[in-house]
Design a protein around this ligand. Structure first.
Ligand SMILES: C[S@@+](CC[C@H](N)C(=O)[O-])C[C@H]1O[C@@H](n2cnc3c(N)ncnc32)[C@H](O)[C@@H]1O
Length: 364
């Protein structure tokens, strides 16, 4: 053994497989860059730098500083980091920065179907909340959704809304048996765990003859949803604070849960209450993260994102509530169908899917 290669912690680097070590270190350099530049994405979004670049670019750092009113030296450092990330484009000959159409679609337009900046607000919340999650690991007590940093709530809305805008009314609802026609004629709809009401409002605007009720356990989210409804002038929608197990009403023609069933402590109890509240011809649509049934199937980039948020948010959220089933954000179709079956749903099928979501349809 070469004593010079062994550090104080006892690691003998000379005994390691050099190729495997270099490959992992290479990945870690990339990941470290991504992890720190996530904060810069939030910064660029918050300060309107991406939007100004999209509108006024190509521009030098001086021109951009004049256009944004920001400090040139700090802005130049941000531009350099973003160019090194490949998030913006640098022209060395002109010393200008710009966005390609693809970069603009991802970073500069919050309504684009490929907008990604919202996800980075949620990432900043989980870094902020890490000590709270560490304590939950020690105690097993979980962490309620509402205990997180505010960035999680707007981040979730901003990350999910573009996908709902792109898919909900054009792909997901048409994939269900008869629901599009029922919504067009006019039915009552319950959207459970609605958060800021992005999904509820999209449906309410598309189906003016139907009435939509959004429910969520988190009071500030319901307040935000009500604010959005008012700002957007949507009248056929109501938002109330309620859990998915105690929400009011009967005879709903359609019930939905978007990316929230696995956050609930008692998803079987919630689905049972939903079944009881549905009209006999009603439909329950469950939008959940896309996942295979086994861990091995989910060891991929999408699974990595979901397991990360599930560790920091979804699993502690479920554990903080009664029952604490803790499905996790990668539960998979088999596990979700078992929950729905236990709740008394007899006909359940996967209606459709996207690269991020699976859409299940259940009938009483
Ligand atoms: C990941 S967010 C999804 C929000 C929204 N559906 C969306 O797609 O933007 C999960 C939501 O579930 C809510 N939630 C968690 N447990 C709940 C429960 N037992 N009953 C009702 N809502 C719940 C949280 O407050 C949070 O707003």
């Amino acid at each position: 053994m070469n004593e010079t290669t062994r550090n104080a912690g006892g690691t003998d680097v000379s005994s390691l497989n050099s190729d495997a070590l270099q490959q992992l270190l290479g990945q870690l350099v990339t990941d470290l860059g991504a992890a720190v530049n996530g904060a810069l994405v939030v910064l660029g979004d918050r300060l309107g730098i991406y939007a100004t670049l999209a509108e006024k670019g190509p521009a030098t750092s001086q021109e951009l500083a004049a256009k944004t009113g920001l400090d040139e030296r700090q802005l130049r450092e941000w531009l350099s980091a973003q160019a090194a990330s490949g998030y913006i484009t640098y022209d060395a000959a002109q010393a200008t920065f710009s966005l390609t159409p693809e970069q603009a679609a991802i970073f500069a337009d919050p309504n684009s179907p490929v907008a990604m900046t919202g996800g980075f607000y949620s990432v900043s919340a989980v870094y902020h909340d890490e000590p709270m999650i560490a304590e939950s690991f020690r105690t097993g007590s979980g962490v309620p959704w509402g205990a997180h940093h505010d960035c999680l709530f707007c981040g979730t809305e901003r990350f999910f809304r573009p996908g709902y805008e792109a898919n909900l009314c054009s792909n997901w609802i048409p994939a269900l048996e008869g629901v599009h026609d029922q919504l067009t004629s006019g039915i009552t709809v319950a959207d459970l765990g609605c958060g800021h009401g992005a999904s509820t409002l999209i449906m309410a605007k598309a189906f003016p003859n139907s009435k939509f009720c959004g429910f969520d356990v988190h009071p500030p989210s319901i307040a935000a949803a009500k604010g959005h409804a008012k700002d957007q002038g949507v009248g056929n929608v109501d938002f109330q604070i309620a859990t998915a197990k105690n929400f009011p009403g009967r005879g709903y023609g359609f019930a939905t849960i978007f990316d929230a069933l696995h956050d609930m402590g008692d998803p079987v109890g919630a689905a049972t209450q939903i079944r009881r509240s549905l009209d006999p011809n009603g439909t329950f649509m469950i939008v959940e993260p896309l996942a295979g049934d086994s861990l091995a199937e989910n060891l991929n980039p999408v699974g990595r994102v979901y397991y990360g948020f599930s560790t920091m948010v979804c699993t502690p959220s479920s554990l903080s509530q009664e029952v604490g089933l803790a499905l996790g954000a990668q539960a998979g179709e088999k596990r979700l169908k078992a929950v729905l079956s236990e709740a008394g749903f007899t006909r359940v099928r996967r209606a459709t899917e996207t690269p991020f979501n699976m859409i299940l349809e259940a009938h009483p």
